[in-house]
Design a protein around this ligand. Structure first.
Ligand code: PLP
Length: 393
């Protein structure tokens, strides 16, 4: 029976299936394919977190119930302590903190609360592909802020004011960046905040990777902890990467009090609360001593060296800026090709290596590919052995 064209909605009809997951699913159908597509770390969730959950499952009769929409109070207190850092006047667990089911869900609720159809949201270009789809899901328009590739994918501050119009509501930043691995400089981020102040924009920081800055961790600047910006800043943290908890679906956001009230409406209307069992896991995670983070960082730093060595041997096919953080490298394709999608499909069909076409991350991503190096060393070697066969010197 036909559905007589009643679905999909016009909004969803215009969305693209994530190229990241699209390529991952296509690769999964090809026996023996090696995938550098998905930013899914190879680490298991640290044992103390799993133990805490096992204890709660055995002993806590409430473990299967809803929590308050903004999350377990003890988790919100732990988050506020964490974000307070050196500043005694940091976020308040009740007024500013909201526990989410990860940053995708958090950002979705946040955007619902700040944009109307026809509004505009500034995204870096390239940016995290799902941000583009999220803005479109709200009926809003992504406005692309082209990063400066020649300067290692830096923010181009001179271009920003010209992108702000009467319908601009927010600007979304990810540092270290997915897909480029760029860590944005302190001065640049503070300048973005000034421009946002002048134009009355919300600044959104989506933070999966701040724990992963390689050569000089001091270069990471936490704009979300800057008191002078707190009144117009939404800081979203996800447990997915730092605690290898991507399947638990847990994150939190810290927002101004007036905004929390509004975000809660969208959050409650769509999910009610983050899964309680995951909140229990999150509480255990925040109590950890961070030895596992040092381990993750050391392993990923070694993989970064590894993938760079392999990319350097393929300079006739790819040119790249060394990633400063996260676990992505975003090379330009210098081998002959039509466009990034054609290239990725050809590579997958010819040698069974899945890469993500850079065009999924915004117009400036065209003629690039994203490679995620959170996979095992063996997978990196296998992928590059095959690429070397396809692109002989
Ligand atoms: C920039 C960015 N935001 C959000 C996510 C997804 O976060 P979560 O698992 O918390 O939804 C990712 C995952 O790769 C990401 O890179």
């Amino acid at each position: 029976m036909t559905h007589a064209g009643r679905w999909p909605s016009g909004t969803v009809a215009e969305l693209a299936v994530s190229a990241i997951k699209g390529m991952a699913m296509r690769a999964a159908r090809i026996p023996g394919a090696v995938s550098l597509t998905w930013g899914l770390p190879s680490f298991p969730t640290p044992e103390p977190i799993r133990d805490a959950v096992a204890r709660a499952l055995a002993a806590d009769p409430d473990v299967g119930k809803y929590t308050l929409p903004d999350g377990l109070p003890e988790l919100r207190h732990a988050i506020a302590r964490q974000r307070r850092g050196l500043d005694a006047d940091g976020p308040d667990p009740d007024r500013n903190v909201l526990v989410t089911a990860g940053n995708m869900q958090g950002l979705s609720a946040l955007l619902r609360a700040v944009v109307d159809p026809g509004d505009e949201v500034i995204l870096t270009d390239p940016c995290f592909a799902s941000h583009i789809q999220q803005v479109r899901l709200c009926g809003a328009r992504p406005v692309y802020w082209t990063l400066d590739e020649a300067r290692g994918w830096s923010l181009d501050l001179d271009a920003l004011p010209g992108l702000v119009g009467p319908r601009t509501r927010a600007i979304v930043l990810v540092t270290p960046s997915n897909p480029t691995g760029k860590v944005f400089e302190r001065e640049a981020l503070l300048r973005v905040a000034e421009i946002a102040e002048a134009a009355d924009l919300l600044v959104v920081i989506d933070d999966p990777y701040s724990y992963l800055v390689y050569d000089d961790p001091e270069r990471y600047f936490d704009l979300g902890a800057e008191p002078s910006v707190a009144h117009r800043l939404a800081y979203l943290f996800t447990f997915s990467k730092m605690f290898a908890m991507s399947g638990w679906r847990l994150g939190y956001m810290v927002v101004p009090e007036s905004l929390k009230r509004e975000v809660l409406k969208a959050h409650d209307a769509t999910i009610i609360c983050a899964p309680r069992i995951s909140q229990v896991a999150g509480l255990a995670a925040l109590g950890l001593d961070r030895a596992h983070v040092d381990h993750f960082r050391a392993v990923l730093a070694a993989r970064r060296v590894h993938i760079r060595e392999r990319l350097d041997r393929l300079a006739h096919a790819f040119s790249y800026h060394p990633p400063e953080g996260a676990y992505y490298v975003f090379p330009r394709i210098v081998a002959p090709h039509a466009d990034a999608s054609e290239f990725c499909l050809r590579v997958l069909d010819a040698v069974g290596v899945a890469l993500t076409p850079g065009s999924a991350f915004g117009p400036s991503g065209e003629h690039h590919v994203r490679m995620a190096f959170c996979v095992s060393d063996e997978a990196i070697d296998e992928a590059f052995d095959r690429l070397e066969r396809l692109f002989p010197r």
